[in-house]
Ligand binder design. Structure first.
Ligand code: GRA
Length: 337
């Protein structure tokens, strides 16, 4: 009989030695009743989305929490769940360092997703897994994930984190929408659109560094910066889990970066085609991380986006890349009369 596993990825604690995982304020005051309460409020991502049900050896079932308005399954959810399934088959001293995925079919929100793991190779330092996410008997995602044991090296460099306002000084996405809604003379169709955005129960919190133009009026550079974290408390827990949450988070509002220079067009059909990710070091996905996204290229009905997830202390935690199909149409349709 199917059993629901306790915890997302059993066993592994944080990286032993190596980089020190940043402590959260919640950890520091773990004796206070308030923090006990916050620890009870485990992230919905952990308790539901990434908590796969084991059906058999290397076979899991995942369910959905948030489904985008497109009624296509959220790509980040499928990638995050695939990584959970892959990570369950590797030993506790191995940590995801990269994944490469193709979204080959639209995910159907009406049925669960099965995750079938192939143990491709267990090497001395690296271990590779292949995961197929299946619905209606057909793959919707193929994912290769590679895991590595800790191997310190004197070679160490990274870009510098952009200087931006701290999350405490910025409004959340919801607060920005409410502020916008309070504007007098806002057209009814804008209000409806914004209220739909508010009703979106996304399990992640976002604080845009530059408040978005909800109805893009001017072309901007294809670059965005926002603080992001999982809703609720996850805790220092295990690093494999934080990688899975980051995989979920990293697909959110990512591809839209490629549309920023084109306010005169709106996406008629947009979907991620692939998603690649590299995990560089330890991080807490339930603490604010800066997501720096940019699109170096668009053409041929496709767009490329690249992202960097920064820890608050300036350490580069992960890098991502994605190509998506972008079919657009002019905002103002020519009259058919
Ligand atoms: C990408 C595709 C669609 C490719 O499959 P395909 O059979 O080659 O499909 P397709 O020919 O591209 O057709 C798709 C659709 O595009 C239409 N089309 C085709 N060519 C044109 C054209 N020239 N002009 C205008 N429309 C065109 C076709 O008629 C299809 O339309 P239809 O679905 O029939 O209404 C498929 O592989 C797929 O669906 N993969 C899954 C993609 C996915 O679900 N990704 C993850 C979700 S997206 C995401 O999570 C981003 C969220 C971002 C956020 O919310 O922030």
């Amino acid at each position: 009989m199917a059993e629901r596993e306790v915890g997302v990825i059993g066993g592994a604690s944080d990286y032993p030695g190596g980089n020190v995982l940043p402590k959260s304020p919640e950890d520091e005051s773990s004796e206070s009743p308030a923090s006990q309460h916050s620890q009870d409020l485990k992230s919905i991502l952990v308790t539901s989305v990434l908590n796969l049900e084991k059906l058999d050896v290397d076979l899991y079932r995942g369910t959905h929490h948030w489904v985008p308005r497109s009624q296509r399954l959220f790509g980040g959810q499928i990638v995050g769940q695939a990584l959970v399934a892959a990570a369950k088959s590797v030993s506790d001293n191995l940590y995801a360092h990269s994944l490469h995925c193709y979204f080959v079919r639209t995910g159907d929100p009406k049925v669960p997703v099965l995750y079938q793991v192939d143990r491709i190779r267990d090497g001395r330092s690296f271990t590779v897994r292949s995961v197929r996410a299946i619905q209606h008997g057909q793959p919707i995602l193929i994912c290769q994930a590679s895991f590595h044991m800790l191997q310190p090296s004197p070679l160490q460099h990274q870009f510098t984190m952009p200087v931006v306002p701290q999350p405490e000084d910025l409004l959340t996405g919801e607060e920005l929408i409410r502020l916008y809604l309070s504007k007098p003379n806002l057209a009814e169709k804008f209000k409806q659109g914004l209220n739909k955005l508010l009703a979106n129960e996304v399990p992640i919190e976002i604080k845009p560094v530059n408040p978005p133009h909800f109805y893009r009026l001017a072309a901007t550079e294809p670059k965005t910066l926002f603080w992001v974290r999982a809703r609720g408390y996850i805790g220092e827990g295990n690093m494999k889990l934080h990688c899975c949450v980051a995989a979920y988070v990293s697909d959110f509002a990512f591809l839209g970066t490629a549309l920023l220079p084109y306010p005169d067009y709106r996406a008629q059909f947009s979907a991620s085609l692939d998603h690649a990710m590299w995990f560089h070091t330890t991080f807490r996905s339930d603490e604010w991380m800066l997501y720096e996204c940019e699109s170096p290229w668009a053409g041929g009905s496709r767009g490329l986006v690249q992202g960097r997830l920064w820890r608050r202390d300036g350490v580069l935690a992960a890098s991502c890349s994605q190509e998506g199909v972008l079919r657009v149409k002019p905002v103002t349709e020519p009259s058919k009369l």
